[in-house]
Design a binder for this molecule. Structure first.
Ligand code: GCW
Length: 680
C-alpha cells in the first residue's frame, strides 16, 4: 500500500539498471566532516537515499577514494578548504550551495559545499533530486542561491487543532502531547521543507489566539523549534493585537501606550528565552473583526513598529498583513489595502515586512496582481500566496498552482518602465529592499498524505521551489515533482504533466472565466453561488462582484466605475482600462460590458462565457481519461485516490457550469449557443 506519506522524498530502488550502475560508480562513499545537527541530518538523508536509490549501502568514510561524495563547509572540512572555493562561495550567502564534480589527490569526486551547514543540507537535497529525476551526475557544476531571504509557510492552525481553510484533516501540531512527545511527522515535515528550501514556519492562525503567547504554549513551541532547527526551519507566531489585555491584564492595547510597549518587550524577551532564534511575528490587524491599532486611532505603522521594536535586538521581524477590508468603508473592497497602506510607505521600521496577498480581493482562481506591488518602494513587501485551495475546489480538485503563482510573479507593474515585474519587487531588486520574503498559506494537515489531494503536494513543492528561484518554469517544477513522486517513465510524465499544466486554466474556465470573481457559495467558499445576496455585508455577496443585469455583466473598475484601476501605474491603466486592449482573462474584473459585446474570438460576450464554462467542464472529463491511461505506472492506492477525486471534480465542474450559466442566463435572456451540450 502507498498512501503518499513520503511526499516527493521517495528513495525506492531506481528501476533503470544503467542509471543505478552509473550512480554506484560515481558515488562510492560518503565523506563528511563536522558533526553539527544539520550536517548529521544531511549525512543521514544521503545514506538513506543513496542506499535506497542504488540498492547499495552507503556509509560514511574518512578517506577520499575515487567516487567519494564529500560534503561540508570550508570551515569544518580541511579537504574542502583546500579546494579554495572562496570566490565561488562568497556570492552565495548563507543558504546557497555548490555541487561540483572535481578531483582530490587525483581522485574523481563530487563535492557539496556551502558557507553554512544549512547550505550543505540544501545542496544535499538538490543532489538527491538529480538522482531521483535520473540526471547525469558525472560532470556537475551547480551553483545556486535563493533569490528571497524569508521563505515561509503560514499555518492557519488553531490551538484546538482545527485548521481554518484546511482540507487535509486536523493540524499536525499535537499541542496536547507537546512538549514531551516529538511526533515523527514534525521531523518529516521539516525534512520536506528543507528539501525545497523553505526556512520558516508560522505555527498559528492569523486569526490569532493570544494563548499561544503564554508559558503553557511557549514550552511547546520551544519543543517544535528545537525539532526543526537542524533543518534550518525557523519558528514564527501570530500575535493577537489585543494580547496585552487578554493575557496581560492591561486595560488597553494601544501601541503608543508605554505599558503596552513594555508588555510586548517583555513578552518577546520571554519567547526568546525559550526559542533563541525565534523568527518574529505575523499579524492580521483591523481586518475581518481582528483587533488592531486602528481601535485606538493609530495606524498600521504604529502597530507594526511597536512589535518590531520588541523583537529588533534579537534579529526578529514583523510581517504585517495588508489584507484589510471593512464594511464601514463603502468603497470597492479591492481598493482598501492600497488606500490604507500606500500613504504609510517609508514609515515602517527596518525589520517590518508588509505581507500582501497576490491579488486585491482574496485568492480567487484568477486575480490581477495587487496594486501595492510597485507602489511602496520604501517598504519591503512580501508576497502571500495561498497553497491551500480555499477557492480552488479545496481538496477534491486537481489544480496545479505554479501557473497561478508564476502569472502574478511575472506580471508587469510598469512602475519603473516595462519589465518591472512583481517578482522584482518581491526579490528586492526593483526597490533595493534589504529584507525580502514570501509566504504560502499551507495546505498541510494530518491526513496520511499531508495535503488531502495527492496533487496538493505539488503545490507545496512548487511554492518552495519558486520561493527559492522564481525563474523556474511551471513545466520544470511539475516535471521534477512527478518524477520524484511517481516514476520517471516518459509515457507517464508527458500526459500527466500536460494535465497539470492545463489544470488551473481549466478550473478558471468552469468557475470564474473572463475575469469573474467571488461568485462562490457563501462562507464555505466551495461550490458555485453567483446568486448570493442579502448578507450583512455587500462585499460578502456575489452580486456585488459580478453585477449582472439584463444589459450586461462585470465590475467597472475604470474611472466610470470604482476606479480601482487608478491604483496601478499609468502604462497598466492604459492597457487594462480599454476593453479592447485589456487581456481577456481580466475583462470582467475591470469592465462592465454588454451581453453582445464582441470578444476576440468573434463571439458575443454571452456566447464566450458559455463556451468557457462548457469547455472547462469538458476538460475535466479529459483529465479523467488521461489519468485512466496511466494506470500501469501507478500503484493501485494512489491511482484510485486520484481517480475517485477526478470523478468528483468532474461532477463539481458541471455543477459550476450549470449553476453559473443558468443563473446568468436569467439576465442575458439568451440561449445557450448551439453545439454546446445542454446542462444536465
Ligand atoms: O480568505 C479569507 C478567508 C479567511 C481568512 C482571511 C485572511 C484567516 O476566508 O478564512 O482568515 O482570508 O486571509 O485573513
Amino acid at each position: 500500500a502507498d498512501d503518499g506519506y513520503r511526499l516527493w522524498q521517495r528513495y525506492d530502488l531506481l528501476k533503470n539498471p544503467q542509471k543505478r550502475q552509473q550512480y554506484q560508480e560515481n558515488i562510492t562513499s560518503l565523506v563528511t566532516a563536522g558533526n553539527s545537527p544539520t550536517l548529521t541530518v544531511a549525512r543521514q538523508e544521503l545514506e538513506l537515499a543513496l542506499s535506497g536509490l542504488t540498492g547499495k549501502p552507503f556509509r560514511t568514510s574518512t578517506t577520499v577514494g575515487t567516487g567519494a561524495l564529500i560534503i561540508g563547509t570550508p570551515q569544518n572540512s580541511p579537504i574542502i578548504k583546500n579546494l579554495n572555493l572562496a570566490a565561488k562561495l562568497n556570492p552565495l550567502g548563507p543558504d546557497g550551495f555548490l555541487i561540483l564534480s572535481t578531483t582530490v589527490n587525483g581522485k574523481k569526486v563530487t563535492v557539496i559545499t556551502a558557507n553554512s551547514d544549512i547550505g550543505v543540507l540544501y545542496g544535499s537535497f538538490q543532489f538527491l533530486k538529480l538522482l531521483q529525476t535520473q540526471q547525469d551526475i558525472s560532470k556537475l557544476s551547480i551553483s545556486s542561491a535563493p533569490k528571497i531571504k524569508n521563505r515561509i509557510l503560514n499555518h492557519w492552525d488553531n490551538l484546538d487543532r482545527t485548521v481554518e481553510r484546511g482540507y487535509a484533516g486536523f493540524s499536525i501540531w499535537d499541542w496536547h502531547k507537546l512538549p514531551d512527545y516529538i511526533d515523527q511527522r514534525y521531523l518529516d515535515y521539516a525534512r520536506a521543507n528543507a528539501s525545497i528550501g523553505i526556512n520558516g514556519t508560522v505555527l498559528t492562525n492569523v486569526n490569532a489566539n493570544a494563548l499561544i503567547l503564554t508559558k503553557d504554549y511557549l514550552v511547546k513551541v520551544k519543543a517544535l523549534a528545537d525539532a526543526f532547527r537542524p533543518y534550518g526551519l525557523k519558528v514564527y507566531l501570530t500575535a493577537r493585537f489585543s494580547a496585552p489585555i487578554e493575557i496581560g491584564g492591561l486595560k488597553t492595547a494601544d501601541p503608543l501606550d508605554a505599558e503596552v510597549k513594555t508588555w510586548w518587550k517583555n513578552k518577546a524577551a520571554e519567547i526568546y528565552s525559550y526559542v533563541p532564534d525565534f523568527g518574529g511575528f505575523l499579524v492580521k490587524a483591523n481586518s475581518e473583526g481582528q483587533p488592531g491599532p486602528q481601535n485606538y486611532g493609530r495606524n498600521h505603522a504604529d502597530g507594526a513598529n511597536m512589535l518590531a521594536d520588541a523583537v529588533a535586538d534579537k534579529g526578529g521581524i514583523v510581517m504585517w498583513r495588508a489584507f484589510v477590508y471593512d464594511n464601514k468603508v463603502p468603497d470597492d473592497r479591492a481598493k482598501q489595502a492600497f488606500t490604507e497602506f500606500k500613504p504609510l510607505d517609508g514609515s515602517f521600521r527596518k525589520n517590518v515586512l508588509v505581507q500582501v496577498k497576490n491579488g486585491p480581493i482574496d485568492f480567487q482562481p484568477r486575480e490581477p496582481f495587487h496594486p501595492l506591488f510597485g507602489a511602496m518602494p520604501k517598504t519591503p513587501l512580501m508576497m502571500e500566496f495561498q497553497i491551500t485551495q480555499e477557492y480552488l475546489g479545496q481538496a477534491t480538485n486537481l489544480v496545479y498552482q505554479a501557473p497561478l503563482y508564476k502569472e502574478t510573479l511575472e506580471a508587469d507593474t510598469y512602475v519603473q518602465g516595462t519589465g518591472s515585474t512583481v517578482a522584482k519587487v518581491i526579490d528586492g531588486s526593483l526597490h533595493q529592499y534589504q529584507l525580502t520574503g514570501i509566504a504560502g498559506v499551507a495546505n498541510i494537515g494530518n491526513d496520511r498524505n499531508w495535503t488531502g489531494h495527492l496533487f496538493g503536494q505539488a503545490n507545496w513543492y512548487c511554492f518552495g521551489r519558486l520561493a527559492w528561484d522564481h525563474t523556474l518554469s511551471s513545466d520544470k517544477m511539475a516535471d521534477e515533482w512527478l518524477r520524484m513522486t511517481f516514476t520517471n517513465e516518459e509515457a507517464f510524465i508527458k500526459p500527466v504533466k500536460a494535465m497539470m499544466l492545463q489544470s488551473r486554466e481549466t478550473l478558471v474556465n468552469y468557475m470564474t472565466p473572463l475575469g469573474l470573481h467571488h461568485i462562490m457559495g457563501y462562507d464555505h467558499h466551495y461550490g458555485p453561488g453567483p446568486w448570493i445576496k442579502d448578507k450583512k455585508r455587500a462585499d460578502w455577496t456575489s452580486v456585488y462582484y459580478h453585477k449582472a443585469s439584463p444589459e450586461g455583466i462585470g465590475f467597472d473598475r475604470t474611472s466610470t466605475g470604482s476606479n480601482a484601476l487608478s491604483q496601478y501605474a499609468p502604462a497598466f491603466q492604459q492597457k487594462f482600462g480599454n476593453p479592447q486592449t485589456c487581456p481577456e482573462e481580466f475583462l470582467l474584473w475591470f469592465h462592465h460590458l454588454k451581453w453582445d459585446y464582441k470578444v476576440k474570438s468573434g463571439r458575443s460576450l454571452w456566447d464566450e462565457l458559455c463556451h468557457r464554462y462548457y469547455n472547462g467542464a469538458a476538460e475535466v472529463g479529459k483529465m479523467r481519461q488521461t489519468w485512466q491511461s496511466t494506470q500501469a505506472y501507478v500503484d493501485a492506492e494512489r491511482f484510485n485516490h486520484v481517480k475517485m477525486l477526478l470523478n468528483i471534480q468532474e461532477k463539481e465542474a458541471r455543477w459550476w457550469r450549470d449553476a453559473c450559466v443558468l443563473y446568468f442566463q436569467t439576465f442575458s435572456g439568451k440561449p445557450i449557443p448551439a453545439g454546446l451540450e445542454k446542462p444536465t
